[in-house]
Design a protein around this ligand. Structure first.
Ligand code: ASP
Length: 304
């Protein structure tokens, strides 16, 4: 079975406050990215191309906290993190703190495919982007009025206003292609009001992203400081590999038990070696979607 799952972050509006037009807009954004990634698989493309295509669309959609529409640092700028992993070879690429790269997932992939390194940060990452032929964009490209207003409220001391999305809105995708290869990718602006230079779990291989053909592929969203210390993505894969747990049981053990006991809010999407999709989150909701060659296609926000 070939399949893809995507997420648009664990920071949803409380259900009671989500209007139907907001919900439709989020669903449409998720559906577009899901179908773009699925089309790659359906045409015989690789899981790496599928996750790249889906994440790129979510980065360009201002509703989600990645690329354009990313949340702002304390200083009012945008600093982006992204990573990608190839489950076939365990090759991985990541970037952190980039300010001028329109699609950070493309840069993470270039690091993986065209450099001897796994992670590049800040100015060095952007020099590598230029050397790879990517056009840089001004930091303003990423700014939206919604995020400026959100930062204003956070700086005024309202850490999580009840009437807006929480800070968690990272995007990600996991896929299994026709050849049985797994891949995962994740991209984010981080958390609203973060200190300049702060890096979360998203670009940390093993925390926000992991893929191993023999086991599973995972992409996470949530409070990065907890996800890094719990090594969430790798821990889920390790529990499957070493204890023989199903992916669903391993994901719930990490997200609903270990992480929750630490105080870490968020969730994951994952795909097992056969293409089965699993999601787990301890937040009120998680923007997500999944589509399989078995004929299922679902977009969801809350638990049901
Ligand atoms: N995990 C991201 C971070 O901590 C935030 C998110 O998932 O929205 O940078």
């Amino acid at each position: 079975m070939y399949s893809i799952a995507i997420h648009g972050g664990a920071g949803t509006l409380p259900r009671a406050l989500m209007t139907s037009s907001q919900e439709s807009a989020y669903r449409a954004g998720l559906a577009a990215a899901l179908d773009a990634g699925y089309a790659v698989l359906d045409l015989g493309g690789t899981s790496l191309d599928a996750v790249t295509a889906a994440v790129r669309m979510l980065e360009d959609d201002p509703l989600f906290n990645a690329g354009r529409g990313a949340v702002l640092t304390h200083e009012g700028t945008v600093e982006l993190d992204a990573s990608i992993m190839d489950g076939r070879t365990l090759a991985a690429g990541a970037v952190a703190g980039v300010r001028h790269v329109r699609n950070p997932v493309d840069l993470a992939r270039a690091v993986m495919e065209h450099s001897p390194h796994v992670m590049l940060i800040g100015a060095g990452a952007e020099e590598f982007a230029l050397a790879s032929g990517m056009a840089l964009v001004p930091n303003d490209h990423f700014l939206t009025d919604t995020r400026k207003a959100q930062l204003g409220r956070v700086l005024a001391g309202d850490a999580r206003p009840a009437n807006e999305l929480s800070a968690l809105g990272t995007v990600g995708a996991v896929a299994r292609d026709r050849a049985g290869n797994l891949a995962a990718a994740t991209s984010t602006g981080g958390m609203t009001g973060k200190r300049h230079g702060r890096v979360g779990d998203t670009p940390i291989i093993g925390a926000g992203t992991y893929a191993d053909n023999a086991v599973c592929a995972v992409s996470a969203t949530g409070h990065g400081e907890y996800f890094i210390r719990a090594a969430v993505a790798h821990d889920i894969c390790a529990r499957v590999a070493y204890s023989g747990l199903t992916l669903a049981a391993a994901a719930d053990a990490v997200v609903l038990d270990r992480l929750q006991k630490m105080g870490g809010e968020g969730g994951i999407i994952a795909i097992d070696a056969q293409g089965g999709v699993v999601t787990s989150f301890n937040s009120e909701g998680m923007f997500r979607g999944a589509r399989t060659s078995g004929g299922t296609r679902e977009i969801s926000i809350y638990r049901d």
